[in-house]
Design a protein around this ligand. Structure first.
Ligand SMILES: Cc1ncc(COP(=O)(O)O)c(C=O)c1O
Length: 381
């Protein structure tokens, strides 16, 4: 049986309920809440990451005071000195999570302690001070409670949450900063796929890598995404949706997409996913899918997967389906895999749909939460 990862172990440690944590981030007065008309406009056309709520959570770190000034304040622009360290050296980390409204009106989130553990793993790598997991979860609770009217309820919709930390010291020397800001912003989001799951076409990039050995590929920091953008631009110019990156050490094994992990479903019913080799982000969705599949008796292997074995497996029929996964889209079928020297259609299959249905049903409270992944933020108001 698979051993849990360090992140999974940290995430499994019990944490206090929302009522106990609430109040750590004091809600500030707001004299310009968005109008009912503006709310109706946003909800009539929910997209992703475009519209934001009334509030944001915010705390500041200094060496003298640690994390302090924990507040939920009106959403708005930040003041940052042009010498602010993050603008020059990219010292920042972030997370991506969702709050869901259940049928009874209550509001929940999914594995927040996983994200708390992961942002601290990222912070350690970026020489950023860690945030107490209680503060991390409290910031989500206090923000979402203040912004409760922005949590949509239509199927597939959610309030996307973006916690992030950045170096705010004004200083141009190259060293870890002495001041940081932690914020959480929230964006009401529509269903990723409005007409059911849509397969994506992947371009395998042989020239660029998103991360390399000893780098930052296994943590969530802006630089990894910055390095993925040029390959993504080039892939989209030839009609591809996303880039599949190969490992930087050998340029032969599949790592992950720019913002999603990848799974390969074999015709014999087993499932493979690239082993966490230090360059791959340990996705919470990836972790959940492995546990769900194993709980149904599906053998899941985390291993080094060569691109050639995938190409050969698709040609021989040994590979039955492939999908990508992450918080935003949950599960996305892969319909085509191509690079300069091959172009293969990937069959679509039932495992991808079944895992999407099961995971989203748990998140929405329609299926028993056997793993204790759901965290209640607020009762129906
Ligand atoms: C590079 C990368 N890989 C994988 C994932 C999937 O992670 P998760 O399932 O925790 O959203 C993400 C999204 O956060 C990502 O940015």
């Amino acid at each position: 049986m698979r051993q849990p990862t360090d992140l999974e172990n940290l995430a499994a440690q019990p944490i206090a309920g929302a009522d106990e944590l609430a109040g750590a981030f004091a809600v500030q007065p707001h004299d310009a809440l968005k109008s009912a008309d503006e709310h109706a406009r946003v909800f009539s056309n929910l997209s992703f990451g475009v519209d934001f709520t009334d509030y944001m959570a915010h705390a500041t770190w200094t060496a003298e005071r640690g994390w302090h000034n924990k507040v939920v304040e009106p959403y708005g622009p930040l003041t940052l000195d042009p010498a602010g360290a993050v603008l020059h050296y990219g010292q920042e980390t972030f997370e991506g999570m969702k709050a869901y409204r259940h049928d009874d009106g209550s509001i929940w989130t999914f594995r927040p302690t996983y994200n708390a553990a992961r942002i601290n793993m990222s912070n350690r790598r970026l020489a950023i001070p860690e945030i107490a997991r209680e503060d991390f979860v409290a910031s989500i609770v206090d923000l979402v409670r203040a912004d409760a009217r922005w949590v949509p309820s239509e199927p597939g919709t959610s309030l996307y949450l973006r916690p992030f930390v950045f170096a705010s010291e004004s200083f141009l020397g190259v060293r870890a900063a002495s001041r940081y800001e932690y914020l959480v912003i929230a964006s009401p989001s529509g269903a990723y796929f409005k007409n059911g799951l849509q397969p994506i076409d992947l371009w395998v990039d042989r020239q660029y890598h998103r991360a390399g050995p000893g780098g930052m590929g296994d943590v969530k920091t802006g630089g990894n995404y910055a390095s993925s953008l040029l390959p993504k631009v080039r892939a989209s110019q030839t009609g591809f949706d996303e880039v599949l990156f190969l490992d930087a050490a050998t340029n032969t094994n599949i790592d992950e997409l720019g913002g999603m992990n990848i799974f390969v479903v074999m015709a014999d019913g087993s499932v493979k996913t690239p082993v966490l080799n230090g360059n791959i982000l340990p996705g919470g969705t990836r972790s959940s899918i492995i546990q769900l599949l194993e709980s149904h008796g599906t053998p899941v292997s985390e291993e080094t997967i060569s691109l050639q074995s995938v190409i050969d497996g698709l040609a021989s029929g040994e590979v039955a389906e492939m999908f990508a996964c992450g918080t935003a889209a949950v599960v996305t079928p892969i319909g085509r895999l191509a690079s300069d020297d091959f172009d293969i259609e990937v069959p679509l299959g039932d495992v991808t749909h079944a895992i999407y249905d099961e995971l989203t049903a748990i998140q929405l409270g329609h299926l028993e939460d056997r793993f204790g992944w759901l965290y209640k933020i607020a009762d129906a108001s």
